[in-house]
Design a protein around this ligand. Structure first.
Ligand SMILES: [Zn+2]
Ligand SMILES: [Zn+2]
Length: 471
């Protein structure tokens, strides 16, 4: 199952647009904004549809045209903004859209449906199970009571439900927002293992909110119980959602939730339940000149990984204070829960990486330098053995590319883009420039995406589809 989070924020989003608290300010400074929570499953099932849900996917090139079913947890306005039914009607639909939800949520949809809307409404109640047929197979849904009511007679909260959903590929998801600590009946129904759990974590460090939501004190308790009964295992992908500004900034939240095995994704983040890392398998290359912002870009791309292994290829340079200061600066920027390995043997590190991790290699230019040092290339190049060095270096690059393509982990590689300046004065300098060009080109060909960072701005490069290979 592939899950795209169309929103991971609370009702007011995070940052709250009108708030200047430290948490909202930090999120804005990071350029991060979370829309109300919603999820898209395999492109065909939408869970909840708030006011911004239909509009966010377009920014990532995702359409909702293939959605056959909308599952509503409840009718609060951040989870149901029925105007989407009118938008869909204006596309002159011929296929039926099925909307499933608790009685009062479904009532809110009725005024938005005309005779030619091609929409079927289905009232569901806790304890019920039903099938969702789609072109790729049938999903099974089991409806469970949430604990969202706060005792103020809010019927929309009282009827809120959670979904236990199994996909045609056998993968199973628990979608559990909005809810506080689970009712006993819900908990008892969650027997067996889940591949993914998307769970409420609205209130962060505010514990006396008295609402039907989870926070950083109650979520760990719930997860421990789910682990005890085997519903959540180490290979279950657990993601926090419905996040509000009562949480510490995302960067800190990730560090606090990582030990619990809980991931914090950005909006439009995707989960691939077939992979223990939860991330869609991918290899990405980040290129840039010196101080272009390439490392910062790569670190931001790795930030939602739960087990990030940072491979520093620079090594230790005795007596080089400028280098030491740079290394310290990089280290200070990296989250404390990342593992750092200092090695120039990137090939071995890629071969031994496990599927649950995200590998960040910074950087390939230093790796190449180490290979050339090892091959005594500089002396050989100056004394005319350019061809010999090239052949030896090609062997190292072949082994690296083979390891990269076989690596089970998600990989993000940083490299320098150096060939645009003046021609280096020395034979060894020209050799290095040429070999790095070859290494970058071959690495890019083995990657799913290549990003060029210019003056701090990441520019995704178009795919090479249709360009003849010149390996
Ligand atoms: Zn909500
Ligand atoms: Zn709600």
């Amino acid at each position: 199952m592939r899950i795209t989070l169309l929103g991971t924020g609370s009702a007011d989003g995070w940052p709250n647009p009108f708030c200047s608290c430290a948490s909202c300010t930090a999120e804005r400074a990071d350029g991060r904004s979370r829309a109300p929570s919603s999820a898209l499953l395999d492109g065909c099932i939408l869970i909840d549809c708030g006011p911004t849900t239909p509009h966010l996917p377009g920014t990532a090139g995702i359409s909702l045209a293939a959605v056959e079913h909308v599952l509503l947890t409840h009718g609060h306005p951040d989870h149901l903004h029925p105007a989407f039914l009118l938008s869909r009607r204006w596309t002159a639909p011929t296929r039926t859209l099925h909307v499933w939800g608790p009685a009062h949520a479904i009532d809110l949809c009725r005024d938005w449906i005309g005779p030619d809307s091609c929409v079927d409404l289905h009232v569901i109640a806790p304890g019920e199970s039903f099938d969702l047929p789609t072109p790729t197979g049938t999903y099974d849904v089991h409806v469970l009571p949430a604990a969202h009511a706060s005792g103020d007679g809010d019927i929309l909260a009282t009827e809120a439900v959670l979904f236990d959903l199994s996909a045609p590929d056998g993968q199973r998801l628990l979608y559990a927002t909005d809810t506080g600590p689970l009712p006993a009946t819900t908990f008892a129904a969650l027997t067996g293992r889940f591949d993914a759990v998307i769970v409420d974590e609205t209130f962060g460090d505010v514990h006396d909110h008295g609402t039907g939501h989870l926070d950083l004190a109650t979520l760990p308790v719930l997860l421990a119980s789910l682990r005890d009964q085997g519903s959540v295992t180490d290979s279950t992908v657990v993601v926090a959602t419905h996040l509000s500004h009562h949480n510490p900034p995302t960067r800190e939240l990730r560090e606090r939730l990582a030990p619990l095995g809980v991931r914090v994704l950005d909006d439009l983040g995707t989960i691939d339940t077939h992979r223990a890392s939860g991330r869609p398998a991918g290899r990405r290359l980040v290129l840039g000149g010196a101080r272009s912002g390439k490392s910062v870009t790569a670190e931001a791309m790795a930030a939602d990984g739960l087990h990030v292994v940072y491979i520093a290829t620079g090594g230790v340079r005795e007596g080089d204070d400028e280098w030491a200061e740079r290394v310290a600066q990089h280290q200070g920027r990296r989250p404390a829960h990342w593992q750092t390995i200092e090695t120039t043997d990137v090939t071995a590190a890629l071969m031994s990486a496990d599927e649950a991790s995200t590998i960040l290699v910074d950087c390939l230019a230093l790796w190449l330098t180490a290979q050339l040092d090892d091959l005594d290339a500089w002396t050989r190049a100056e004394s005319g053995d350019r061809a010999g060095v090239q052949a030896d270096a090609a062997g190292r690059i072949d082994a690296f590319i083979a390891a990269l393509t076989q690596c089970a982990a998600d990989v993000i590689l940083v490299s320098n883009e150096v060939g645009m300046g003046i021609v280096p004065a020395t034979a060894s300098g020209r050799l290095f420039r040429d070999l790095l060009g070859v290494l970058n080109t071959r690495t890019a060909a083995a990657c799913d995406q290549t990003i060029l960072v210019v003056a701090g701005h990441p520019v995704p490069l178009p795919s090479r589809t249709g360009v003849p290979s010149h390996a």
